[in-house]
Design a binder for this molecule. Structure first.
Ligand SMILES: Nc1ncnc2c1ncn2[C@@H]1O[C@H](COP(=O)(O)OP(=O)(O)O)[C@@H](O)[C@H]1O
Ligand SMILES: [Mg+2]
Length: 358
């Protein structure tokens, strides 16, 4: 085992207890940072990706990499874990992290890469055994935000520095990336995380932070995160911090809905019942009160409301009328229409369309 690997093993041992005990100096960090995976084994839900990466790491021919997939699925965390595995705890000096969205142009990127790639590695030991770490790593985050021109230039940069540098490109969508750039990298897809994978990590955090959460609230948290671990952790922390006595009180279902900004199904039921049964003024009062109390936006209400309406046993023509008119309202809202007027309109539309049922 190389010296670097030993360093890695040690840091990993340190980590296993770290999930249970609160890391000193990390208490002030948001949970997404505090519990960012340190090793590839901490990355949940991407077993195939992790296995292949481990094989590549064992193999001395490390390729350029492309990680793509929606936000919060572990792209940045995974490449940082890889870097730690290659270079050990002092990996930072061997890694250049560039974010395509805040670097002004390809010239800046090119210069930074040039300086980084050509500076000598201080602790380079050489020798067959350490051949794996004889390259430096450039991480290009949000590369799909780069212009086509910049991507073309990047292609040349990659070729120029391949002898001593490996690139890892992180992106949300591959269709925004230049095909020539794509063809130079080994691709890994980071799919939205399955609920079980989010659950596994969340449970570690719940234990470490002594969070109390009701089973139905946790189930909703997993579902509403839609495969985004960052979202799950942020919502969990927001709910936990929002409690009057964190650690003593239990996080409830409605609190999770509140933190996500998604309407509680119980509230949607109240709204629908009121629109269908009460007169217009009462219905309007119900909706505006709930909107104000729960801090909801009409678009979010409309989304849930239309799903609920479609689940009812209605005539086809009623459903068509509802959908097309609610879609108009949604469109107007997206274009800056007034919440107040559109709320009234939505109630009117539902009441009107329901007339078709009789
Ligand atoms: N697969 C995963 N396993 C464990 N934690 C994860 C995973 N994906 C995301 N996270 C958590 O979510 C946060 C955001 O992940 P990150 O790697 O920055 O996502 P991305 O780069 O894909 O947007 C991390 O700090 C980590 O705590
Ligand atoms: Mg990222």
């Amino acid at each position: 085992m190389s010296a670097n690997m030993e360093g890695f093993e040690e840091s990993r041992k340190g980590k296993e207890i770290a999930v249970d005990t609160i890391k000193p100096g990390k208490d002030h960090l948001p949970w997404v940072e505090k519990y960012r995976p340190d090793t590839l084994d901490d990355v949940t839900g991407h077993e195939g990706v992790v296995t292949t990466l481990k094989k590549l790491l064992a193999n001395k021919k490390f390729p350029h990499l492309l990680f793509y997939g929606p936000p919060g699925t572990g792209k940045t965390s995974t490449i940082l874990a890889v870097a730690r595995e290659i270079y050990g705890p002092s990996y930072k000096s061997m890694v250049l992290e560039l974010n395509a969205s805040d670097d002004r142009g390809i010239d800046v990127v090119r210069d930074q890469i040039k300086v980084f790639a050509s500076s000598r590695q201080i602790f380079q030991r050489g020798g067959e055994e350490n051949a794996r770490s004889n390259f430096k790593l450039v991480i290009l985050d949000e590369a799909d935000a780069m212009t086509n021109v910049a991507q073309n230039a990047l292609r040349r940069v990659i070729e120029q520095y391949t002898t001593h540098t490996r690139f890892c490109i992180l992106a949300n969508y591959t269709h925004k990336l230049n095909p020539a750039l794509l063809s130079r990298c080994t691709r890994f897809r980071f799919s939205p995380l399955p609920e079980a994978a989010i659950d596994k990590r969340i449970m570690q955090v719940i234990d470490a932070e002594k969070v109390k959460i009701a089973p139905d609230a946790k189930a909703a948290l997993l579902e509403l995160s839609k495969g985004d671990m960052r979202r799950a952790l942020n919502v969990l922390q927001a709910c936990h911090t929002g409690l009057e006595h964190p650690g003593k009180d239990t996080i409830t279902l409605s609190q999770v809905y509140l933190c996500v900004g998604s309407p509680d199904p119980a509230d949607i039921d109240t709204i629908l019942t009121s629109i269908l049964n009460d007169d217009w003024t009462t219905a309007y009062d119900t909706v505006s009160t709930l909107k104000r109390e729960r801090g909801l936006a009409l678009v979010d209400i409309l989304e849930k409301l239309s799903a609920e309406l479609m689940a009812l046993n209605l005539k086809e023509k009623t459903k068509i009328a509802l959908l097309s008119k609610l879609a108009d309202i949604e469109y107007r809202l997206a274009n800056g229409g007034s919440e107040k007027i559109q709320t009234s309109a939505a109630i009117g539309v539902i009441k009107d369309s329901m007339e078709l049922e009789v």
